[in-house]
Design a protein. Structure first.
Lengths: 113, 114
């Protein structure tokens, strides 16, 4: 069965510092990959998605993610975080087009002033 | 119209009672998902409707849970004989293609079973 692992439950970084949130998936073939953000009191918003092609994907709010097949990873990065980035981040995966989308347990990001 | 809507926004029920949660997807969206979000558990997949295909019910935790989607639009998630462990936020999402375009999430229904 496909699964998504986000190893870090909580991450704390200082404002202006770089950020990397980890995501690993278990499915052998190249799945379809997503990152979502859930800000306090807000609904879930899509940050970016990877289907095929260039393995470095640009998203909204200055985020990017890199698909690494050899590591079964799809880590989310941002060069310089802002206090408004404090939120919970979810990685999600679908095995193939039209299949259900499964979410990881999330990583809560805390920003130090 | 606007985004995905869910009702009620909050529901408090007594253990053993049945509840119905409603989701109105964005008009024209063919795919509809139900997820459950509990503290520390992320988003747990429950069920997935795609067009006229048979729904993927593989995430439903027990036979107390069921869902239907009428006319390819509105969906109702029903929980029978609620238990305290059913307390969670139930989220609905819809998307315009076969489940892999951007999912638009509703605000959720917070269910509390006392």
């Amino acid at each position: 069965a496909q699964s998504v692992t986000q190893p870090d439950i909580h991450i704390t970084v200082s404002e202006g510092a770089s950020l990397e949130l980890r995501c690993n998936y278990s499915y052998g073939a190249t799945p379809y990959l997503f990152w979502y953000v859930q800000s306090p009191g807000q609904g879930l918003q899509l940050l970016l998605k990877y289907f095929s092609g260039d393995t470095l994907v640009q998203g909204i709010k200055g985020f990017e993610a890199e698909f690494k097949r050899s590591q079964s990873s799809f880590n989310l990065r941002k060069p310089s975080v802002h206090w408004s980035d404090a939120a919970e981040y979810f990685c999600a995966v679908a095995r193939r087009w039209g299949d259900k989308i499964i979410f990881g347990k999330g990583t809560r990001l805390h920003i130090l002033p | 119209g606007a985004g995905v809507s869910q009702s009620p926004s909050n529901k408090v029920t007594e253990k053993g009672k049945d509840v119905e949660l409603r989701c109105d997807p964005i008009s024209g969206h063919t795919a509809l998902y139900w997820y459950r979000q509990s503290l520390g558990q992320g988003l747990e997949f429950l069920i997935y409707f795609q067009g006229n295909s048979a729904p993927d019910k593989s995430g439903l935790p027990s036979d107390r849970f069921s869902a239907e989607r009428t006319g390819g639009s509105v969906s109702t998630l029903t929980i029978q004989r609620t238990q305290q462990e059913d307390s969670a936020v139930y989220l609905c999402a819809s998307s315009s293609e076969a489940g892999l375009a951007e999912q638009y999430f509703g605000p959720g229904t917070r269910l509390t079973v006392t």
